[in-house]
Design a protein around this ligand. Structure first.
Ligand code: F6R
Length: 225
């Protein structure tokens, strides 16, 4: 039996993004595929590749991992805005009924849609997945959470000043993500590699939320420097 999840190193960000887009493409061709999607800096390359492929997304439903709370969805910092800007507005046959963002009944919504086929996620420097910050339990579902100090500092780069970063978000839970039939983690940079190794190559701990994914039976981890 495998001791711990393999971390696949790619020679460049471009190669990692291409490989991630290839995996997503496989699901786009499937009937009724349900995808969980991340925002942030890391998946931008994957979204660029997907836009270039110009696929038909008619069979796909997407469920975003998280959103700031509260946030005006028209503001440039909202994850809603990010998704339309980087992906949704250019996709063929991907309309608003196929697009979901976290809300109070998200877990029921996802399970009645048939569950997630693939969850593409990033990881925070503190080991968070979606906005499940350190301290998150493995049975957590979609909920409003307080953002960690480290997350607020990391995300300040997307705002005019750190004071503008919302203090809370609504996020899928660890159990929501774990139930996905396949999970792909995307990570770039040495500090992410460090937290991935700490989390995935040791015993599970709520101090490093990504560690809860260690025993998922269909987990891929893509990394580049
Ligand atoms: C965003 C999300 C976060 C990010 C993580 C890494 O939807 O769920 O967990 O994936 O904070 O962000 P980047 O890619 O900007 O380093």
């Amino acid at each position: 039996m495998k001791q711990h999840p393999t971390i696949t190193h790619f020679a460049s960000y471009e190669e990692m993004s291409k490989a991630a887009a290839k995996l997503v493409t496989h699901y786009v061709f499937k009937t009724n595929a349900n995808l969980a999607l991340p925002t942030g800096g890391t998946p931008i390359g994957m979204y660029k590749e997907l836009v270039e492929k110009n696929l038909d997304w008619a069979n796909v439903r997407t469920f975003n991992l998280d959103e700031y709370y509260p946030i005006n969805i028209d503001s440039q910092q909202s994850y809603y805005y990010y998704m339309y800007e980087n992906l949704f507005s250019t996709l063929k046959n991907h309309q608003s009924p196929q697009i979901s963002f976290p809300h109070a009944y998200y877990d029921n919504h996802i399970s009645s849609a048939g569950g997630l086929d693939l969850a593409v996620i990033g990881v925070g420097n503190n080991g968070h997945i979606a906005f499940n910050e350190p301290g998150s339990e493995p049975n957590s579902e979609t909920r409003i959470v307080k953002l960690d100090k480290q997350t607020i500092e990391d995300n300040a780069r997307f705002f005019d000043s750190i004071e503008d970063v919302p203090t809370h978000s609504i996020t899928m839970g660890i159990s929501t993500i774990f139930k996905a039939r396949e999970i792909l983690i995307l990570a770039q940079g040495k500090s992410k590699l460090e937290i991935l190794k700490k989390g995935l190559w040791n015993k599970e701990t709520k101090d490093i939320p990504v560690s809860w994914l260690r025993k998922h039976r269909n987990l891929k981890v893509f990394y580049c420097d």
